[in-house]
Design a protein around this ligand. Structure first.
Ligand SMILES: C[S@@+](CC[C@H](N)C(=O)[O-])C[C@H]1O[C@@H](n2cnc3c(N)ncnc32)[C@H](O)[C@@H]1O
Length: 250
């Protein structure tokens, strides 16, 4: 068998055109492809390739299995939605390399970037992240909610636009509503809030509201929420959706 390799590959937000050339090449050279089931389902595999899907709550285990397969000599792809370094599998793999046997550190490892949801969502409505911004995961699965509150309050308080990944889920139903409450204490009522769902996929939906009207039940697990800074502008356009941008001099 050939020398093993693990490539952690970002496949972008959804549409096939958003897959980079490097990601496509990385996928083609793999024998085994690990990942969350729905991400693997987006790919068309060649006859010699085998998909090993897993649930989205078993990231550490998935990373170890992929590292073990690469250590055995397989060419392995770890498939990640968006960019693998943004709240995704690249850090999970690095955690296991640090904690695992010496053989993990000797492996050939490649991290192949992809278009992250935040950038695809921003591009779909203008340039809301056109100046300084901060992105946060609202998931308190791996960090305490108090930390998230402190970070989002600090970021909003110093004039940054905000991009929220993992805004809500069945197991985390109240966190986005609480985030809006905190932001209403700091930001103008008219601050634009973008709910960008399933961007670049057939069921894409974009809704724009003001912070005073924004409702957490407009988001789901497939939604990116972008909250403007006090400088973010909404430019009305006749017969077209508004253009939302944060000017570079803000
Ligand atoms: C675990 S994070 C993974 C992020 C991914 N690594 C990336 O770079 O986009 C999952 C979150 O990303 C966001 N997301 C992923 N794909 C999206 C899309 N096509 N449209 C909108 N949001 C998306 C949602 O907030 C979702 O809850």
């Amino acid at each position: 068998m050939s020398t093993g390799k693990l490539s952690v590959i970002g496949i972008g937000p959804g549409a096939a055109e958003q897959l980079t050339g490097a990601a496509r090449e990385g996928l083609q050279e793999a024998d085994l492809l690990y990942g969350y089931g729905p991400y693997l389902a987006r790919l068309t595999l060649a006859a010699h390739q085998r998909a090993v899907p897993s649930d989205n709550r078993v990231e550490a285990q998935r990373a170890r299995h992929a590292l073990d397969a690469a250590a055995e000599g397989y060419r392995v792809a770890m498939v990640s939605g968006g960019d693998p370094g943004v709240f995704a599998m690249a850090a999970a793999v690095c955690e296991q390399i640090e904690a695992g046997p010496e053989s993990y550190r000797q492996l050939e490892l490649a991290i192949v970037p992809g278009i992250t949801a935040m950038l695809a969502a921003a591009a779909a409505c203008g340039a809301p992240l056109g100046h300084d911004f901060c992105c946060l995961s609202l998931s308190d699965n791996l960090k305490p909610w108090e930390v998230i509150e402190r970070r989002l309050t600090a970021a909003a308080g110093c004039g940054l636009a905000l991009a929220f990944y993992n805004p809500i889920s069945t197991a985390r139903p109240w966190q986005l509503g609480r985030a809006f409450e905190l932001l209403r204490q700091q930001l103008p009522a008219q601050t634009p809030v973008i709910f960008a769902r399933a961007i670049t996929r057939p069921d894409q939906r974009i809704r724009v509201a003001t912070l005073e009207d924004a409702r957490s039940d407009w988001a789901d697990m497939a939604t990116m929420v972008i909250v403007g800074s006090p400088a973010t502008r909404v430019v009305a356009r006749d017969g077209r959706s508004p253009l939302i941008y944060t000017p570079r001099y803000a």
